[in-house]
Design a protein around this ligand. Structure first.
Ligand code: FES
Length: 223
């Protein structure tokens, strides 16, 4: 892993907006006052979701809010690669380059990203894209894939190749909604060309037997 440092250019200040404050209240409610530092990861994540990245002023605001030394928050934000330490484009494309994705063609995706967007971690000229290479995101059965982070949330885009990614980038640049999940003949991670679980009772819970919950006389739930 490369050394991660804060961006050279930083904004003068940072303030959580009302939406972020509501989310912070939720997370702080999970911990006793004396253990509120436990919320450091979600608070940094909220800061990132608000601004697209975690700036130094944001780091200090989080540390002050949680009564933590700045260095402790710095250690967290520079350790976890999920935090962006510099501004990113409107669409952040995180391409998985770990072995299963590599064997299934992630190099082709990275080549497209380089030619269409630029070097990893940079913002494209139109401000729309940033791409990075990341480690396994647990979707190996749908390799190769990337995670898309933008105003619509965080979504996996799977079963890709170079031409499919080119089309996806065209659509995103044009402001079109893209398909999340597999870009293939399957709906999830079932084997290609097969139809499995066609009977909804196999996955909707209707076949589960009723059981008595422990320590209750009456309530029943399905196993
Ligand atoms: S190796 Fe790419 S998601 Fe696991």
């Amino acid at each position: 892993m490369s050394v991660r440092r804060l961006a050279k250019e930083q904004p003068a200040n940072f303030t959580f907006n009302a939406k972020s404050e509501a989310e912070i209240a939720f997370w702080l409610g999970k911990y006793p006052e004396t253990r509120k530092a436990s919320a450091v990861i979600p608070l940094l994540w909220i800061a990132q979701k608000q601004e697209g990245w975690v700036s130094e002023p944001a780091l200090r605001v989080v540390a002050d809010r949680l009564e933590m030394p700045y260095i402790r928050v710095y250690e967290v934000v520079t350790f976890y690669t999920m935090y962006n330490l510099a501004p990113v484009g409107e669409h952040l494309i995180q391409v998985c380059g770990t072995t299963p994705c590599m064997l299934r063609g992630s190099d082709e995706l990275i080549k497209v990203c380089k030619s269409r967007i630029g070097e990893a971690g940079t913002v494209s000229a139109d401000g729309k894209f940033t791409w990075t290479e990341v480690e396994c995101m647990g979707a190996c059965a749908n390799a190769p894939m990337f995670q898309l982070a933008n105003a619509d949330g965080d979504h996996y885009v799977e079963d890709l190749d170079g031409p499919k990614l080119e089309q996806i980038l065209d659509d995103l640049a044009a402001g079109k909604q893209i398909k999340y999940g597999p870009h293939s003949d399957r709906t999830a991670s079932e084997p290609h060309g097969t139809k499995v679980l066609t009977d909804p009772s196999l996955y909707d819970g209707s076949r589960a037997k009723k059981i008595k919950l422990p320590n209750t006389g009456k309530a029943e739930a399905k196993s």
